[in-house]
Write a protein that binds this ligand. Structure first.
Ligand code: BV8
Ligand code: ZN
Length: 248
């Protein structure tokens, strides 16, 4: 597919930007084999978020919730960052200031080499005790019942469930990044989960040039300056090449 679908204006905005933000959702990890949430093959078609991704159901049935997170962790460990993640890490090397703000808990941006990553909804590789807050990172043995802390408390994944507040420092830093961004990319998200999606409007209100990359239009399509429809793993490498050509 020739790259002339990428507008000169978008390339110029990226090259002259002091700060570029990539706001990502499950769609950027789809090409790594990690299922997305919505749409016909989305997770939420088969499983109910309020049965699995909220604190009360965790207290009611911690084994079921752990079975689900262990399954997702297994899928994530068997997957690799894809061209989309790797290209964003590349952009960080050639542009002055690139920040990733992600809703994903899969740790793939960091595994791809991105260093400025804000995790709005936590990270599946971290866990903590709900009684004494002791952290258990990575070393939790995947067994079929909910792990317990040495204090006897239940251990939970360090992810944000529905009805829970986002990690303050990550959200405040992400808001600042959105306010200061010259170019704000919206990559692979349906932009319906809040307060994460509010960052899109924060960036717009502060004058950022908005670019959406998605298979299809979303809630945010009405406010973007450029909508690049297709796979993130195809479009992001094309964009990087256009920018590199212009910089060389
Ligand atoms: C809270 C972690 C305060 C766990 C997640 C305002 C309005 C309406 C509702 C609310 C509101 N404010 C709060 C709410 C309630 C709720 C909410 O937003 N509900 C929505 C569903 C309406 N928000 C909350 O509960 C938040 N907390 O508000 O606390 C509070 C406190 C007390 C009382 C009241 C309020 C917490 C929300 C965080 C929940 N945790 N994840 C886990 O992952 O297990 S959310 C989870 O779902 C993900 O992290 C992500 O955020 C979301 C999924 O969205 P996407 O990533 O966008 O994925 P999706 O499948 O939807 O879309 C994928 C897209 O990619 C599609 O567009 C597709 O076309 C595209 N795509 C696919 N393949 C590709 C592609 N694009 C490019 N290339 C491809 N190859
Ligand atoms: Zn404990």
């Amino acid at each position: 597919m020739s790259r002339n679908y990428i507008s000169k204006n978008t390339v110029d905005k990226i090259i002259s930007a002091r700060s570029v933000v990539f706001f990502t959702g499950a769609g950027i990890s789809a090409e790594s084999g990690i299922p997305i949430f919505r749409g016909k093959d989305g997770i939420w078609n088969k499983l109910k978020p309020d049965e699995l991704a909220n604190f009360n159901s965790f207290l009611k049935n911690p084994d079921l919730v752990w079975e689900w997170y262990n399954h997702r962790k297994k899928v994530i460990h068997e997957s690799e960052p894809n061209k989309g993640h790797l290209t964003i890490a590349e952009f960080e090397k050639i542009l002055p200031d690139v920040i990733v703000v992600t809703q994903n808990i899969d740790n793939l941006h960091k595994r791809a080499g991105s260093t400025n990553v804000y995790e709005l909804h936590g990270n599946i590789e971290r866990n903590y005790c709900i009684k004494c807050n002791k952290f258990y990172n990575g070393e939790i043995e995947l067994k079929d019942s909910a792990p317990r802390c040495e204090c006897g408390g239940l251990i939970r994944p360090d992810v944000v469930w529905f009805g829970e507040y986002l990690p303050q420092e990550q959200f405040i830093a992400s808001e600042k990044a959105a306010q200061d961004s010259d170019v704000f990319f919206i990559v692979g998200t349906s932009a319906v989960v809040y307060p994460a999606a509010s960052l899109i409007y924060t960036a717009k209100e502060n004058g950022a040039y908005m670019v959406e990359i998605n298979l299809e239009p979303t809630e945010a399509s009405g406010i973007v300056n450029d909508s690049l429809l297709g796979k993130a793993g195809d479009i992001l490498p094309d964009l990087l090449n256009e920018v590199k050509n212009k910089l060389s």
